[in-house]
Design a protein around this ligand. Structure first.
Ligand code: 8YV
Length: 321
């Protein structure tokens, strides 16, 4: 049996490459000197795409350039950079990696929340800079007595809420609709949730539906003691409004794992002392990235073996028989 041709536009972890090499004819686009010429030569044979976020936006342009494409296996749970509707319209299945990173991202979220409130990176710098002998590190804000609002109570949001329950803080949430069987208070808008909370955590999928969901009005409602944590997508918050709110005391502090134009972070944010900035590492442990990689490979294998990928995204579910 001929092995299906898979295109990898940008590098993925070595174990994913090795596993795909073993089963498929893998085309490493990022290694080619003349990518355009290479793509033109192999395009008619490509039946699958293995894509990390580094591949950039995957839309109709890509799909039309790959006439034999059957499946896009994406490395990550969020697939806002993939035009899944355009894929579905062409009969192309899209898969993502749900389930295997929820607990990891939730762990990171709590770590980022505590680091932001208790100013852990600033305290670490204090020790490194030799400032401790000159006097104790200034007292920090706290999680004690705070009410936490979660925007997006999906699998990761629920894993965050489970952890927060152990911290003894009241939890509320906002999402498209109230969820049956969830005891946390529901707020029909992000502004309402922000007004009722002192910490706002964004864990909602990116994309057009949630673009700038956290805007100047939401930040104003969060208030001068408010803390904003974003582990979702940079697009979920109006980044200019956030910078302004942090600069003029509209909110107290922010912990950010995601940005509007990654890997670029505005100088204004980098210069601030009331923010903790992470380079999009929510799922970035050896353990979890390996699990995500296995799911990418397993999705491609399942598609070509059985026509039933393991974790197709909602937009392309109807394509699976
Ligand atoms: C990225 C993520 O996919 O899963 C997601 O939605 O944001 C991350 O896990 C990661 O940057 C892999 O490229």
């Amino acid at each position: 049996m001929t092995r299906p041709d898979i295109l990898m536009p940008a590098a993925m972890p070595a174990d994913v490459i090795a596993a795909l090499d073993a089963r498929f004819v893998l085309h490493r686009l990022w290694e080619q000197e003349d990518r355009e010429a290479y793509l033109a030569a192999v395009a008619p044979r490509i039946r699958g795409l293995a894509a990390s976020t580094l591949a950039g936006r995957l839309d109709a342009g890509w799909f039309d350039a790959l006439p034999a494409l059957e499946i896009v296996a994406s490395f990550g749970v969020g697939y806002d950079r993939i035009d899944a509707a355009a894929a579905a319209a062409r009969g192309i299945v899209v898969t993502n990696t749900p389930g295997v990173l929820d607990e990891e991202v939730a762990d990171l979220t709590l770590g980022l929340l505590l680091a932001t409130l208790r100013r852990l990176p600033q305290a670490d710098r204090y020790v490194r800079d030799g400032l401790w002998p000159g006097g104790p590190f200034p007292l920090s804000p706290t999680l004690r007595g705070r009410r936490v609002g979660i925007i997006g109570l999906g699998a990761i949001g629920k894993a965050v809420a489970r952890r927060l329950a152990g911290f003894g803080v009241p939890i509320a949430y906002h999402g498209r609709s109230r969820q049956a069987g969830v005891a946390h208070a529901y707020h029909p808008s992000a502004v309402d949730l922000a007004a009722a909370c002192d910490v706002l955590i964004a864990v909602v999928p990116g994309g057009a539906a949630t673009r700038h969901l956290v805007d100047a009005a939401v930040l104003a409602a969060l208030g001068p003691d408010g803390v904003f944590i974003n582990v979702a997508r940079g697009s979920v918050v109006d980044q200019d409004a956030l910078v302004a709110a942090l600069a003029d005391g509209t909110i107290l502090a922010a912990g950010l794992d995601v940005f509007a134009d990654e890997p670029h972070v505005p100088d204004a944010l980098r210069a601030m002392d009331n923010v903790v900035l992470l380079p999009h590492v929510g799922s970035a442990s050896h353990h979890t990235r390996a699990a995500m990689g296995r799911l990418v490979v397993d999705n491609l294998a399942a598609w070509f073996d059985t026509g039933r990928p393991l974790t197709p995204v909602a937009e392309t579910l109807a394509l699976i028989g």
